[in-house]
Design a protein around this ligand. Structure first.
Ligand code: ATP
Ligand code: MG
Length: 550
């Protein structure tokens, strides 16, 4: 196989399997539970599972692990499909564990016939309390020795809805003294009279994760079933069920969860942020969800690059969000169009300039095919208030009385006079421009150190800009010493209601990404209207994050 990049440990295993002829092609699956939106941790699993069948012969299924009717919803199914596609992957088959409910029910009956499963009347709490501990064996249930006939009859009646929620369960009959607690007669089915988003009211018994997951893998003939490390102890049960049912032998492999700092990657916690309105929804640009990152201006390429760089490991670790930001900054530097936007405007009047002209400026100096755009220039322009200082220190290269600077893609100007209101606030800066200094045709012979971005006053387009900071104030908000909500950063969103933008930005469409010169990377938000542009800041130009300041 392709050997240009070194193989991660799962790729090594598959490479060996293919070389040794254990398989001629492979099948993987990405198995989300549709109970929330996908987050950056899921992106690792998606890139891994789909990446394997890009690299090796075979295909990947998208399987919704929808065995828990209460928390699942088609809204989540749709968002998951959108996110996987947006990341650049296409599945072979779209499958649902609920498609297999009939088959799983038949599997359960087969276990009963073999004397390997029984109906238990104990409650879930009683079962838990009799499980023992890792050092003490569990106790057999008094219902463990029911006859096959009785178990079959009771299980059919469970399915037919004769018993209320929680009255009975179906358990595998393995060994209550097993050293692996998960092998101590695990629950396979529970009664839940609940409406399912796909099967409606057909079922009132639902399979547990351990009974649904491996069997679904087997039905789909998944060769390499990849999950995260917390499922290592489940592997024994996974293998036991496949063996006893004598079905296709899928195998489970585990890798470490990938979590990033200053955020949470758990659907349950993300749901809480949404429900308590701490954020504006699952796709709030501060959220670590795929949809949030998309709205924030992230590119699929940058997320795939991030997953590639963090790689696949066996030990859990917290990845620095700075790496994710590095990846998007690098991609946007190569691809984003440059535009000029002044956030905190102060007016400059060019005393010796009349009329207006349109100046040529590169869309992206990093991209030879990026082309040019025209920017209007006139007698009155805005610059950033912070780009002027009345009493500058030495080596200040921006605008100051008597000092020269270049306006990007335009002319060199000199500050002649500062006009203030009665409170001493600067309201206008009067300058002269040097006609021979036009960018691209500069014959002035003057060299200046500072270049400022600017926007022509009569042509300026007003826009709203949303600036984001970390959602949480600490690296690991789920350290358990406090409720994670306690660590929310109260100033994670700052809105600048009115910045001044160059008029070409009126052409921006939702999702278009830009570099605002000297300001950072921005994307047009879906809240924009033709008369009201809204931009989200994706990331700054440089790594401005100082962990010490936290
Ligand atoms: P959550 O705790 O956020 O609900 P989950 O593991 O329950 O996560 P699933 O929908 O079951 O979410 O996950 C689908 C797949 O994505 C699983 O194979 C799971 O192991 C993997 N996955 C989930 N979170 C991460 C993560 N942080 N890093 C790597 N893989 C992950
Ligand atoms: Mg899960």
């Amino acid at each position: 196989m392709a050997e240009e990049k070194s193989l991660n440990f799962i790729e090594e295993i598959i490479d060996t399997h293919l070389k040794e002829g254990v398989y001629t092609s492979i099948v993987t699956r990405f198995p989300p539970e549709p109970n929330g939106y996908l987050h950056i941790g899921h992106a690792s699993s998606i890139c891994l599972n789909f990446g394997l069948t890009k690299r090796f012969p075979g295909y990947t299924n998208l399987r919704f692990d929808d065995t828990n009717p209460v928390t699942e919803d088609t809204e989540y199914v749709d968002s998951i499909k959108e996110d996987v596609r947006w990341l650049g992957f296409e599945w072979k088959h779209e499958r649902y564990a609920s498609d297999y409910f009939d088959q799983l029910y038949t599997f359960a009956l087969a276990l009963i016939e073999k004397g390997l499963a029984y109906v238990d009347d104990l409650t879930a709490e009683e079962i838990a309390s009799q499980k023992g501990t890792p050092t003490e064996p569990g106790k057999n249930s008094p219902y463990r020795d029911r006859s096959i006939e009785e178990n079959r009859d009771l299980f059919i009646r469970m399915k037919n809805g004769e018993f209320p929620d929680g009255a009975k369960t179906l358990r595998a009959k393995i060994d209550m003294e097993h050293i692996n607690m998960l092998m101590r007669d695990p629950i396979l089915y529970r009664i839940k009279h609940a409406h399912h988003h796909r099967t409606g009211d057909k079922w009132c018994i639902y399979p547990m994760y351990d009974f649904a997951h491996g069997q679904s893998d087997s039905i789909e003939q998944v060769t390499h079933s990849i999950c995260t490390m917390e499922f290592v102890p489940h592997r024994e049960l996974y293998d036991w069920l496949i063996k006893q049912l004598e079905i296709y032998p899928s195998h489970q492999y585990e890798f470490a969860r990938r979590n990033i700092n200053y955020t949470v990657t758990s659907k349950r916690k993300l749901l809480q942020l949404v429900q308590e309105k701490k954020v504006a929804g699952w796709d709030d640009p501060r959220m670590p969800t795929i949809s949030g990152l998309r709205r924030r201006g992230y590119t699929p390429e940058s997320i795939r690059e991030f997953c590639e760089r963090i790689g696949v490991a066996k030990r859990d670790n917290l990845v620095d969000v700075g790496l994710l930001e590095f990846c998007v900054r690098e991609h946007l530097n190569r691809t984003a169009l440059r535009r000029m936007v002044v956030f905190d405007p102060v007016k400059v009047v060019l005393l010796n300039y009349q009329g207006e002209e349109w100046l040529n400026s590169e869309n992206n100096p990093e991209d030879p095919a990026g082309g040019h755009r025209q920017i209007p220039f006139s007698r009155e322009i805005y610059i950033e208030r912070e780009d002027f200082m009345e009493n500058p220190p030495k080596k200040y290269f921006r605008l100051a009385p008597g000092q020269l600077v270049r306006l990007k893609s335009a002319y060199i100007i000199r500050c002649e006079e500062v006009i203030k209101d009665q409170d001493g606030v600067i309201i206008e800066i009067h300058c002269t421009y040097i006609p021979e200094s036009k960018s691209g045709a500069d014959t002035s012979g003057i060299s200046v150190k500072g270049t400022l971005h600017w926007v022509s006053v009569p042509h300026a387009v007003k826009a709203e800009v949303r600036l984001y900071d970390r959602l949480f104030n600490v690296e690991n908000p789920t350290d358990e010493s406090q409720d994670f909500m306690h660590y929310l950063n109260p100033s994670s969103l700052e809105v600048l209601p009115q910045v001044m933008a160059e008029p070409s930005l009126l052409e921006a469409k939702t999702g278009d990404r830009y570099q605002f010169v000297r300001k950072g990377y921005f994307v047009l938000d879906k809240d924009s209207q033709s008369t009201h542009l809204v931009f989200n800041k994706t990331v700054g130009l440089k790594d401005g994050w100082n962990p010490a300041k936290g």
